[in-house]
Ligand binder design. Structure first.
Ligand code: ASP
Length: 426
């Protein structure tokens, strides 16, 4: 089966580091034509790219410096931790290996959109081990594994596990590895997921180790940024991200900041109350290279000129002696603030959950109908990205494309009521 045209085009734009306009210009077609080639097949406006155009794109890719080398890497993306297939930290990635993974995620899109199915992981079992609260990470890892044809076993909560009886991480990890072909682990202590790795040879994925890292979240965040930027004509290099809130304990911002630092000329504005600033070790990593890093507690000033506003929840469950209860109202990102300081294409993101309790002042729900709010497109992207992670760790990524069949049931054209505005725009 030939490469899906959307995958080829997205890959080409990533590899040439071009906006859609620049790429349309490069291949000599109107931007509107390129847009219709990028739409999912099931969209009414989607058009097949002429054979001659796809040959031309391939030719350009072949002539790109280091093209062969890149193509090889793209064909064999790898996620290795100490030489073995595990995902513990974004430190395991280079820019090329991230983009190779995103190419695999792009091939998963027809399955994530429920147009196609695959059974490449038929017979495989995932153990989802969550010793800390979770909704989307646990369910989306499970759903991603199921959509590849595998099955999922779960354990949720520390108190219902044998760890509450004093069992060590080593014993738990070794035991579960006898039952399952991959382990997704969330645990409240930083560094704990690496301990699971010591007891097993089956792939382990860090789904959040206390205030440490959340690499799959950062990958889906970056994937979202790239896709949204592609639509509005931007690239990641040289962009400005404002990270807001609990930057001390928020593991998603730790991982995302490091991942974005793989790009060039980034501007990071880190906006937090004084007691919740970004840890020095992360600052140290992102200040290397040609990035600009600014820290402030002034939300209004900090958001100015941002291409991405990444809000976070106050991680109260991790507080040692911090006295903050929630954000003060002047720390809340809401429609009025976005109208006054953000541009028409600014992306508003949040790893979720939003704390909706009185006094929390987390990202406001009054933005729910604002198309700049990307939080649900962000969660949707968790499926193709997590499918890609499993496919690469278990070595089936090359089989997916050839194994796809049409889904037998009919999925809705768009998932939530607020997504209508994005239907036919991809
Ligand atoms: N769901 C994310 C995490 O597990 C963010 C959060 O909990 O605030 O880190």
């Amino acid at each position: 089966m030939p490469l899906q045209q959307q995958t080829l085009l997205r890959d080409a734009m990533r590899r040439l580091n071009m906006t859609r306009d620049a790429f349309a210009n490069r291949i000599g077609v109107a931007r509107r034509a390129l847009d219709t080639w990028l739409l999912p097949d099931e969209s009414a406006e989607s058009r097949a790219m002429p054979e001659i155009a796809s040959r031309y794109v391939m030719e350009i890719l072949e002539r790109t410096p280091a093209g062969d080398e890149y193509t090889q890497r793209v064909q064999s993306p790898s996620i290795l931790y100490e030489g073995r297939p595990h995902l513990l930290s974004v430190d395991q990635f280079t820019r090329d290996s991230v983009e190779a993974l995103f190419r695999v995620a792009d091939t998963m899109q027809p399955i994530a959109r429920r147009q196609k199915i695959t059974r490449v992981l038929e017979g495989a079992v995932l153990a989802n081990l969550f010793f800390e609260a979770s909704t989307r990470t646990r369910v989306s890892f499970g759903a991603a594994f199921c959509r590849l044809g595998g099955s999922v076993c779960d354990t949720t909560g520390f108190t219902f596990s044998s760890m509450a009886k004093g069992e060590s991480i080593y014993d738990t990890s070794r035991v579960i590895s006898g039952y399952a072909d991959a382990l997704v682990v969330r645990h409240p202590e930083k560094g704990s997921v690496a301990e699971f790795v010591r007891a097993t040879n089956v792939p382990v994925i860090n789904a959040g180790d206390g205030p440490g890292e959340h690499p799959s979240q950062a990958l889906l965040d970056l994937y979202t940024i790239q896709r949204e930027f592609s639509r509005v004509g931007k690239i990641v290099d040289g962009s400005h991200i404002a990270m807001v809130g609990d930057l001390k304990y928020g593991r998603t911002v730790h991982s995302l900041a490091k991942l974005l630092a793989l790009y060039r000329g980034m501007k990071f504005t880190l906006i937090s109350p004084a007691s919740l600033e970004m840890p020095a070790s992360i600052l140290d990593q992102i200040t290397r290279g040609d990035h600009v890093v600014e820290q402030t507690s002034d939300l209004h000033a900090g958001l100015k000129g941002a291409d991405v506003v990444y809000a976070t929840r106050i991680q109260k469950e991790r507080f040692a002696d911090e006295s903050i209860e929630g954000y003060t109202p002047d720390f809340q990102i809401n429609q009025a603030l976005v109208e006054s300081v953000c541009g028409p294409d600014t992306l508003i993101m949040h790893p979720l959950p939003r704390d909706g309790r009185p006094g929390a002042n987390d990202l406001s729900t009054d933005l729910n109908h604002d198309p700049r709010l990307a939080i649900f497109r962000q969660t949707d992207n968790g499926i193709p990205v997590r499918m890609a992670i499993f496919a690469v760790l278990l070595g089936v990524e090359k089989q997916v494309q050839h194994s796809m069949r049409d889904a037998a049931w009919k999925a809705p054209a768009y998932i939530g009521p607020d997504d209508a505005v994005f239907h036919g725009v991809d």
